[in-house]
Design a protein around this ligand. Structure first.
Ligand code: AMP
Length: 282
C-alpha cells in the first residue's frame, strides 16, 4: 500500500492509473476505521483495478460547537487496517493543503441539505458536498463507495454527481451493525457503558416499526409516534427527529407505500447518533 499525503502526488497517480486504462474505486472517510469502513473497502477492491481510501476529518462539515477537535483519530491503526484490507493507496491530505489561505468556493447542495440532519447541523452538507467534490477531483474515481448508515449524505452525493454531471458511479452499501443492532460509528467510543447499552433502542425501535408496517399499518404518524414512545422510555436519550421519507427525494411520506426509509437522529448525552431502515411494501 502506498500512503500519499500531497494532493499533487495523488493527482499524478490518479492520472497514471487512468492512463493505463485501470479503474479506480474510492472510499472517502474520516478515519478511525470499523467494519462499516472495511465493507466499503472490500467492495472497492473487489470491483476495481485500484482501490483508494482517503482519511480527512473535514472541518468544513462540523458546526462551531460540534466535536471536530475531539473526533477520534488513529492514523497508525487505520493504516494497518487499510493495508490488511488490501487497499492500494491511502490518501491522507493535510488541512492546510485542502483549505489553503484564500479558499472560498463551496458547493451548495440546495434544500435537500437543509432538512433532517441539515436542519440541526446547518452547513454540514455544504461542507460534505465541498470536500467530496474536491476529493473526486483529486482522486478521479470511476466508482465511489458510501454507507447507507449516512443515508441523507448518500442521497445528496448521488444528486450532486448527477446535477454537476460528474462521471462517477456512486455505490451505496448496507449499514454494518454491532451484535445488538447499533450501527457502527467512529463516535460510538464516546458512549459510556450505560449509554452504549441504551443506544441499542435505536435499531430496536426501527425494527419494531418495520414489523407493524409489514403487519398492515399505513399511517406514518402512528408509526412515528410508536418509535418516539419507545425511544423516550429509555432515559437520557433526546430525540432530534424521526421521519419517514421517500428514498430519493427525502420528502415526508403521507401514506406508506412502495419503498421508503425511516430515519432517526437522537442525542445520547452530547453524542449525536443516526440510524435508518429501508422498508418495501410489495
Ligand atoms: P465516516 O468516516 O464516518 O465519514 O464514514 C465514511 C464512510 O463510511 C461513509 O460513506 C459512511 O456512510 C460509511 N459508514 C460509516 N459507518 C458505517 C456503517 N456502520 N456501515 C456502513 N457504512 C458506514
Amino acid at each position: 500500500m502506498r500512503a500519499i499525503k500531497s494532493i499533487a502526488e495523488m493527482q499524478f497517480y490518479a492520472k497514471k492509473i487512468r492512463g493505463e486504462k485501470k479503474s479506480i474505486g474510492f472510499v472517502p472517510t474520516m478515519g478511525y476505521f470499523h467494519d462499516g469502513h472495511l465493507s466499503l473497502m472490500h467492495e472497492a477492491r473487489l470491483k476495481n483495478d485500484i482501490s483508494v481510501v482517503s482519511i480527512f476529518v473535514n472541518p468544513a462539515q462540523f458546526g462551531k460547537n460540534e466535536d471536530f477537535s475531539i473526533y477520534p483519530r488513529d492514523i497508525e491503526r487505520d493504516s494497518r487496517m487499510a493495508m490488511d484490507a488490501g487497499i492500494d493507496i491511502l490518501f491522507i491530505p493535510s488541512n492546510e493543503e485542502i483549505y489553503p489561505q484564500g479558499f472560498d468556493t463551496y458547493i451548495d447542495c440546495g434544500n435537500i441539505g437543509n432538512i433532517l440532519c441539515g436542519a440541526s447541523r446547518p452547513g454540514h452538507f455544504r461542507g460534505v458536498s465541498t470536500i467530496v467534490t474536491k476529493l473526486f477531483n483529486i482522486v478521479k474515481p470511476d466508482r465511489a463507495y458510501f454507507g447507507q448508515k449516512d443515508f441523507q449524505q448518500s442521497v445528496i452525493i448521488k444528486k450532486l454527481t448527477q446535477d454537476l454531471n460528474m462521471d462517477i458511479e456512486i455505490v451505496v452499501l448496507p449499514v454494518i451493525r454491532e451484535k445488538d443492532g447499533l450501527a457502527m460509528s467512529s463516535r460510538n467510543i464516546f458512549l459510556s457503558p450505560e449509554e452504549r447499552k441504551n443506544a441499542a433502542i435505536l435499531f430496536k425501535s426501527l425494527q419494531d416499526a418495520k414489523d407493524i408496517i409489514l403487519s398492515g399499518e399505513r399511517n406514518p404518524d402512528n408509526v412515528i409516534t410508536q418509535i418516539k414512545n419507545k425511544i423516550e422510555e429509555v432515559q437520557k436519550i433526546k430525540i432530534d427527529y424521526v421521519c419517514i421519507v421517500d428514498k430519493n427525494t427525502l420528502q415526508n411520506k403521507s401514506v406508506l407505500e412502495g419503498v421508503f426509509i425511516i430515519v432517526i437522529a437522537v442525542f445520547i448525552g452530547t453524542i449525536r447518533l443516526i440510524d435508518n431502515i429501508e422498508i418495501q411494501i410489495t
